[in-house]
Structures are given as structure tokens and as C-alpha cells.
Design a protein around this ligand. Structure first.
Ligand SMILES: [Zn+2]
Length: 303
């Protein structure tokens, strides 16, 4: 049987929140089988646990935020993406602030952290969610997202920004995680933003921790980061990184094809809520040891 995974040892990290600008200390800890991904705010008494589900996502403006008991844990998507990419099922994340550190704006530092802690195989079958029927959601700006049956985990994403920088880079791409390495091809893509929005965002107490160290910043002249892009298609790749994280709030890797146009955190979450309302549109599946698993998130080396 392919089994669930957690980490071997606790590990600590600290960094600035992209939006609140606060220094947060975070501790990742092993967690028991079937406990899922749990965030725990330890700066309040008593501490408050957020067991990640699509319903717990309460805000999706600029980042994915969990809300519970009047408290929040913001900007979970890049950490969730790294957790998904390493096929980790159970993890406790203690944090002493309201926002996960942005690190370098990608999922790469979280991959490094989780791999340093080591992956631990657990004694329970790993459950995947297989899509059986198409599910589609539409947004107000000609944007949409859908899940369809497919024997793999494929994401097709397209973006549409009217800025010359985007004309020189790919505006759409498909990644198939039966053949593509999440770690090599996706995890290093950084978040991006426009210089013209920075003043407005800061007036609204957003992007307070944002800098050229943790985002690609685009001005009227072009990309402001001296080193340029990490990939020619870093923008659309980052949208795929976000979607991998946003979809993993389901707590299980999806077997299906996710395609989206001008989608973001809101539609990524709505499609999951719709999925949960349609019990005949999906099923849980497990795999016998030695069976061909169509998603390579669990092929990463177990330390
Ligand atoms: Zn992002």
C-alpha cells in the first residue's frame, strides 16, 4: 500500500510576512496519520488550531487566508504548495503571527525546510481524490476554472496581463506531474506584482513586507529585479505553484486535470467547494505497493 507521510523531525524557520510585514517564527512538527495539515496560532491563549479544509479559507484577496474564531493565518499557499509537492499528508505548523513568512516569494525555501526535516512514511494508506465528472466555476472577469477526469495530475493555466513584460513571456502552460518534477520545474517560481500598485497596497496595510528580495516587481519600464527572471515563463509557472497549494487545502492530491484562465486564489477555492457539494463527481482511491501511481509527488526520496 502507498502510505501517508509526515516529517521525521521538528524544524524551525522565521521570516517576514509579505502583507503584514511582521517577523514570524514557525515550527513544523510531525503529526499522526489522518490528522491532515494543521496550522496552530500559538501567540494567543489558548492556542487556536486551524485544520485545513476548503471551508476554512475565508479570504482570497491577494493571498489565501484561513479564518477561524476571529483569527487568521494568511499567505498559506506557497507552504501548502511545497507540502503538496513532497506528498506530505500530515503536518502541524505552529506560528506566532497571523501570516506565514514569504521567504523568497517561491516554495523553494519550504521544500528545503521540509527535506531537511526528512520525510517519514506512516502506517496508513494514502488517499487520493480522483475526479469522476467535470466541475466548472466562472468568475466575473471572463475568468474560469475547471476540474476534469484524467489519469494524472495535470494543470493548464493561462494569464492575461496588459503589460509589455508579459508579451515577451509565455502566457499559458501545461504541467503534467506524472512526468514533470515539481521541485525542478515549478517550486522556484516567485510571486510577482506591479510597482504602480505598491502605494495603494501599502495605504491599505498590504505588501508591507514586500521587496525585491521576495517578489518580482514590474514597473512601467520592465522587471526591476537586477537578476531578471528565474525561468522565461516564471509568471505563469508561479500561478501553477499557487494552484497546487490552493488545491491542496482539500488535504489530498487530486487525480484529474485542472485548467484555469485568469484564475487566482478565489476560483481555485470555489472549484473545491463545488467538488465537495457533488459527492458523485469524485472518489477516494488508494494504491497497492508497486502499483503505478499517476502523480509523482510521492516519488521524491524518503530520507
Ligand atoms: Zn503565490
Amino acid at each position: 500500500m502507498f502510505k501517508q507521510r509526515t516529517i521525521k523531525h521538528p524544524i524551525k524557520a522565521e521570516g517576514l510576512g509579505l502583507h503584514n510585514g511582521q517577523l514570524a517564527t514557525m515550527r513544523l512538527l510531525p503529526a499522526p496519520v489522518d490528522s491532515g495539515i494543521v496550522f496552530k496560532r500559538i501567540d494567543v491563549t489558548p492556542a487556536v488550531e486551524f485544520r485545513v479544509t476548503p471551508q476554512l479559507v475565508g479570504e482570497t484577496t491577494l493571498c489565501t487566508t484561513l479564518l477561524q474564531s476571529g483569527l487568521k493565518v494568511a499567505t498559506i499557499e506557497h507552504l501548502m504548495s511545497a507540502i503538496a509537492g513532497l506528498g506530505i499528508d500530515n503536518l502541524l505548523i505552529e506560528i506566532d503571527e497571523a501570516e506565514i513568512p514569504i521567504m523568497d516569494g517561491s516554495a523553494d525555501p519550504f521544500i528545503f525546510l521540509l527535506q531537511s526535516a526528512g520525510v517519514q512514511v506512516q502506517d496508513a494508506p494514502k488517499k487520493f481524490v480522483r475526479i469522476l465528472k467535470p466541475i466548472e466555476v466562472k468568475g466575473p472577469y471572463d475568468n474560469w476554472a475547471k476540474l476534469e477526469p484524467m489519469n494524472g495530475f495535470r494543470l493548464t493555466f493561462s494569464i492575461d496581463f496588459s503589460h509589455p513584460v508579459f508579451e515577451e513571456t509565455a502566457s499559458s502552460m501545461t504541467v503534467d506531474f506524472s512526468s514533470t518534477s515539481y521541485m525542478r520545474e515549478v517550486s522556484r517560481a516567485r510571486t510577482f506584482g506591479f510597482m504602480k500598485d505598491v502605494e495603494y497596497l501599502r495605504q491599505n496595510n498590504l505588501a508591507l513586507g514586500g521587496s525585491l528580495n521576495n517578489a518580482i516587481v514590474i514597473s512601467d519600464e520592465g522587471i526591476m529585479n537586477e537578476q531578471g527572471l528565474r525561468f522565461d515563463d516564471e509568471f505563469v509557472k508561479h500561478k501553477i505553484l499557487d494552484a497546487v497549494g490552493d488545491l491542496y487545502v482539500l488535504g489530498h492530491t487530486i487525480i484529474g486535470h485542472y485548467s484555469a484562465h485568469k484564475s487566482g486564489h478565489a476560483l481555485n477555492n470555489q472549484v473545491l467547494r463545488k467538488l465537495q457539494e457533488m459527492p458523485d463527481a469524485w472518489e477516494y482511491v488508494t494504491f497497492e505497493e508497486g502499483a503505478e501511481v499517476p502523480v509523482n509527488f510521492i516519488s521524491s526520496k524518503v530520507a
